[in-house]
Design a protein around this ligand. Sequence first.
Ligand code: NZQ
Ligand code: ZN
Length: 389
Amino acid sequence: MLNFEIINPTRIVFGKDQLQRLPELCAEFSSSKKILLAYGGGSVKTIGLLAKVKEYLKDFDLIEFGGIEANPQFHTLMKGVSLAKEKEIDFILALGGGSVIDGVKFMTGAFYYKGDPWEVLERQEGCVFEKALPFGSILTLPATGSEANSGAVISRSDIQEKRAMGGPLFFPKFSFCDPTVVSTLPKRQIANGIVDAYVHTLEQYLTYPTDNLLQERQAEAILNTLIEIGPQVMDNPGDYKLASNLMWCATHALNGNLRCGVPTDWATHMIGHELTALFEIDHARTLAIIAPRLYENQFANKKDKLTQYGKRVFSLSGDDDDIARKAIQHTEAFFQSLGIATKVSEYTKETANLSDKIKKTFIERGWLAMGERQAITPDDVAQIVQNSI
Ligand code: NZQ
Ligand code: ZN
């Protein structure tokens, strides 16, 4: 087993009808009782969450900041930072999915940063957030695991960039995870959530066989559970058993446990982020497009694990080579069974020179060797993208 270190200080308050805990938890981190309530395009109003939160926090001074986009935009978030400074808030509460929670993570670091916070996202030498405001979240969309991790992904459409950030400062102090929100979600977002959680698991599992037997089985448990409940929760989003299992799988897929003592890949995410930056394809859909083609491209390197995955998750038998190939086909078929298209051309017609363009971006960023064996080169990236069109 590889060495590892893990800490996850986020308090997860899981289940329905728990918001009565909110004033006490906010008071623990906000001494001034001045809180920025951050949310997205308005679903929190439609589902009645914003009104409930305001009622529970009636003794607090609440400053609202709505309008954070799906794939949160740097310039919008900077407006939130200005508002937070002007109103001298000392705590931010994120109400939403991964985009709002990620956006809030960025805002809490940018709040104290002296230079242009974009430098941090570009990871120029010496540019890091050294201090951050405390924040909490109320999750409305099970997908990213952002409610239980310290990562964030921020977009900038003016220059077609999507960049990741993170670090120990960016764990939420608490996250409310109420599975009943699943019943309010459009089918498209439920499907996205299932696929995002599934691919988070694969990024930390589909590498090569490891000595961490527990982590291997935990990953397989999440994959099996998502395959079992995915189609059902799409049809019955109000079913609490199904919704709570989806939410708990999504949290577990990216709360840090699965990466313990094992190699990880993450190249599907790195390439997928480019498709969102260029075409605004939903995050999870970019993963469904890229993952099968990446596994084909890396077949020799991943064959042993693909075979294990095929046997244990899809109960396949026969020749190892055949099982490994079928495992990729079953994965793509699972995504498609949720109504998710797995070709770039099904989302955009602007695919001319796409593979060269993404390859060039990777070279410019110095991303020359990716994946668990550092075996994915910019040429492989071009091939993967070309085969995804
Ligand atoms: O903006 P509103 O009106 O709230 O609508 C949202 C948005 O349009 C809607 N929605 C959310 N909860 C709802 C709801 N509609 C009805 N009822 C509800 N209960 O859903 C739409 C999508 O929301 P968004 O937050 O963008 O989705 P998701 O949670 O999938 O987050 C995607 C973002 O997270 C990043 C992605 O790159 C992307 O920017 N990721 C973050 C990660 C992390 N922090 O660990 C890891 C992931 O790999 C991912 O990269
Ligand atoms: Zn993801």
